[in-house]
Design a protein around this ligand. Structure first.
Ligand code: THU
Length: 135
């Protein structure tokens, strides 16, 4: 699957967002090692902190289904679903990515013009991981 298609699937996922508090719709499309794709959206909560980000929704769906190998994720977001610029993953989502992904995991950030391609190493340098730091 090419990055453009993955970004389209992230935009589609954004429409599933449950965002009665912030109004910021976020979508993610996660490409697994076997070529399958899992979509996720953010799901907010009246108590705020239980809110789940789009990226983690996608990862948790995929991991539940048995996936452990991942190639790339596309992410988009914006107020009322209008994309005006990149909507980068929060620190918690970056750490969840690190649990399953290496330095070269691709993160495509959708912006108003197209997308920007980054790696997990660029987004989370000097990271903590089980593989490297827990024997
Ligand atoms: N959000 C995500 O879905 N992913 C991120 O990585 C950053 C933040 C959501 C959480 C909340 O529903 C809204 O964006 C505003 O913070």
């Amino acid at each position: 699957m090419n990055p453009e298609k993955l970004c389209e699937l992230a935009k589609e996922a954004m429409e599933h967002a449950y965002v009665p508090y912030s109004g910021y719709k976020v979508g993610a499309a996660l490409l697994c090692g076997d070529g399958s794709v899992y979509q996720g959206c953010n799901i907010e909560n009246a108590a705020y902190s239980p809110t789940n980000c789009a990226e983690r929704t996608a990862f948790f769906k995929a991991v539940y289904d048995g996936h452990r190998a991942f190639e790339a994720i596309a992410v988009c977001g914006g107020k009322n679903g209008v994309i005006t610029g990149a909507f980068p993953p929060c620190g918690v989502c970056r750490q969840v990515m690190r649990e399953f992904c290496g330095d070269d995991f691709k993160v495509y950030l959708v912006n108003a013009q197209g997308f920007e391609a980054l790696t997990l190493a660029e987004l989370l340098p000097h990271s903590f991981s089980a593989q490297e730091h827990m024997g």
